[in-house]
Write a protein that binds this ligand. Structure first.
Ligand code: ARG
Length: 459
């Protein structure tokens, strides 16, 4: 049996199994810093407003600071029999400083307390995620700089489409991760509302100063409605959804890396430090890291669904169901951070096989559009040019050669307009570098993309 801070109206103690079932300290202890910081701001405000006297406020703050230090340096062990981190810290405080400790919870409920703790905790996590994304973008930029002239086939439907360079392909991911940073920054704005003062659900009659607490804790705003203040978990769902989108991007990139290092593609080679072997097949070098990133994406989506489902039927205001938010979001965070960090290392160390990529670019008629565009330059309407080029491709397929290798006589047989200069227009390098359109794969465009990304990272 376990005795509780709230056991005044109870005749029996809590059943031990129920205590265990009900308790959240096994996972919410990680918020001890945020809980103590929040309590210090609350105690300070109680003193400033005269709700408790200044010396009491100071004793509480000193006590809390000592608890912070002691947990941090391991002198104070967390009691995992406690109900949650909030109860644990308050209990230790009272044990250490006596009855004054019991005044800390004046004008506060665990409902607004937990809402505060998660917001402080997740705001910091937003910063960590944005930093990891920035590191990843920096690595993409590095690889792009080295591969401005590494030709590769651009595909749609996984079929050869048009020629590009490796830099352009990976810079597409940099754009996704840039949007991810913007999304997280935006999500953080909605987290930046201080809920303390909402009380259990209906605020408080004490003359508290919510803005002072917000200012002390570095919040930009205070929540506007006490019921919403304690029952809102939108910011947890939104964060999990933003992290799910990040994982979608990591997973797509992983899938490509997995393909690129097969013997069929042989576009890249992963560093030994980021690959694994097989227990039976001695020749194997497996892209486990990319596969795990792809795999963990499902798990992250799962937690997002957990959060959405957990909230969808809850009447206002707080319900204990909401305690389940922490394990879900913590798991999302742990796995997204691990994936981002490991993926960045894998990307940094992988070797690009320029020659294989170039060889692959010479197959599959990547320059067919450019051949048609050549005819358009000579005055044909695009649809006619398209048809003629289709016929040329058919001849090449029959002869098992590429457009570059087809003799000019064959070109002329299908359309007289063709001149020898056509070979210049269908040359791989020319095809890529003439695509000077803003956002295209030409060298100039790659340089602009890199410059703009670098500016974004600085800003
Ligand atoms: N451990 C709880 C949670 O994580 C704290 C809030 C408890 N409030 C309550 N009324 N039981 O949600």
């Amino acid at each position: 049996m376990s005795s509780k801070m709230w056991d005044g109206r109870f005749k029996k103690s809590l059943d031990l199994k129920v205590n265990d079932f009900n308790s959240s300290i096994k996972f919410d202890w990680v918020m001890f810093r945020e809980d103590i910081t929040g309590s210090i701001a609350h105690a300070y405000m109680l003193g400033e407003t005269g709700i408790i006297n200044k010396s009491e406020s100071e004793r509480i703050i000193e006590g809390l600071e000592k608890i912070f230090e002691d947990i941090e340096n391991g002198t104070l062990e967390i009691d995992f029999e406690s109900e949650d981190i909030h109860m644990f810290i308050e209990a230790v405080l009272t044990e250490r400083i006596g009855d004054t400790g019991k005044k800390l919870h004046t004008a506060r409920s665990r409902n607004d307390q937990v809402a505060l703790d998660i917001r402080i905790y997740l705001k910091k996590q937003c910063d960590e995620i944005m930093d990891l994304l920035k590191c990843l973008i920096r690595e993409i930029i590095e690889k792009a700089k080295e591969n401005k002239t590494t030709f590769m086939p651009g595909t749609t439907h996984l079929q050869h489409g048009q020629p590009i360079v490796f830099a352009h392909h990976i810079l597409a991911y940099a754009q996704m991760f840039k949007r991810d940073i913007e999304r997280i920054a935006d999500c953080k704005k909605r987290m930046d509302y201080m809920p303390l003062g909402s009380g259990a659900l209906a605020g408080t009659t004490y003359p508290i100063n919510r803005h002072l607490v917000a200012e002390k804790l570095g919040f930009a705003n205070v929540t506007e409605n006490s019921i919403d203040g304690v029952s809102d978990r939108d910011f947890v769902i939104e964060f999990a959804s933003d992290l799910s989108i990040i994982m979608t991007h990591i997973s797509r990139f992983s899938e490509e890396i997995i393909l690129w290092c097969t013997s069929e593609y042989n576009f890249i080679e992963l560093d030994d430090a980021f690959s694994t072997g097989s227990s039976i097949m001695p020749q194997k070098k497996n892209p486990d890291i990319a596969e795990l990133c792809r795999g963990k994406t499902g798990r992250v989506y799962g937690s997002l669904i957990t959060l959405l489902t957990m909230m969808k039927g809850l009447p206002l205001a707080y319900n204990k169901d909401m305690q389940e938010d922490k394990e879900a979001i913590f798991d999302v965070l742990e796995n997204t951070k691990l994936s981002l960090d490991t993926f960045t290392g894998m990307l940094k160390t992988l070797k690009v096989n320029r020659d294989s990529m170039k060889k692959a670019s010479q197959k599959g008629f990547l320059n067919a559009t450019d051949c048609a565009d050549y005819l358009v330059k000579k005055g044909l309407p695009f649809r006619d040019a398209y048809k003629i080029t289709g016929q040329l491709v058919a001849v090449c397929i029959e002869k098992n050669i590429s457009l570059e290798d087809l003799p000019i006589e064959e070109y002329k047989k299908i359309c007289e307009i063709f001149e020898f200069e056509v070979y210049k227009y269908i040359d791989l390098e020319y095809c890529v570098n003439e695509r000077k359109v803003y956002g295209g794969p030409s060298k100039e465009s790659i340089e602009t993309q890199i410059k703009n990304l670098e500016k974004f990272l600085e800003g």
